[in-house]
Design a binder for this molecule. Structure first.
Ligand SMILES: [Zn+2]
Length: 106
């Protein structure tokens, strides 16, 4: 559904998409109000039953932001795995050092 009015993210006037409708983009369903909530925890002020618009520029920025958030979260997961591997490697080398120092004493 297209909305004539202001973009709720930048106040640009024009023909905008509806924030609360779902649209298909690259075979994926996207809902801009949900994306704003998930990415930034923003819930826009309701204007009653009137549709709220979002312009194409803001949709692009929002998509980029969502992708960036997912990238950072994914990178952090991978970083945690790396840390665990470093910990394991340290523990293994430490155990080996303890074991070898015992061996030297015996
Ligand atoms: Zn906008």
């Amino acid at each position: 559904m297209e909305v004539v009015g202001i973009c709720r993210c930048c106040l640009a006037q024009g023909l905008n998409k509806d924030l609360h409708s779902s649209y298909l983009w690259l075979d994926k369903k996207e809902n801009y109000a949900d994306m704003l909530q998930q990415c930034f925890s923003i819930t826009l002020t309701s204007n009653g039953n009137k549709a709220a618009g979002i312009c194409d520029n803001c949709i692009k920025t929002l998509r980029t932001s969502v992708t960036f958030k997912q990238q950072v979260l994914h990178a952090d997961e991978e970083f945690q795995k790396l840390l665990q591997n470093v910990d394991k490697a340290f523990q293994q080398s430490h155990c080996w050092a303890v074991a070898s120092s015992h061996a030297e004493k015996d």
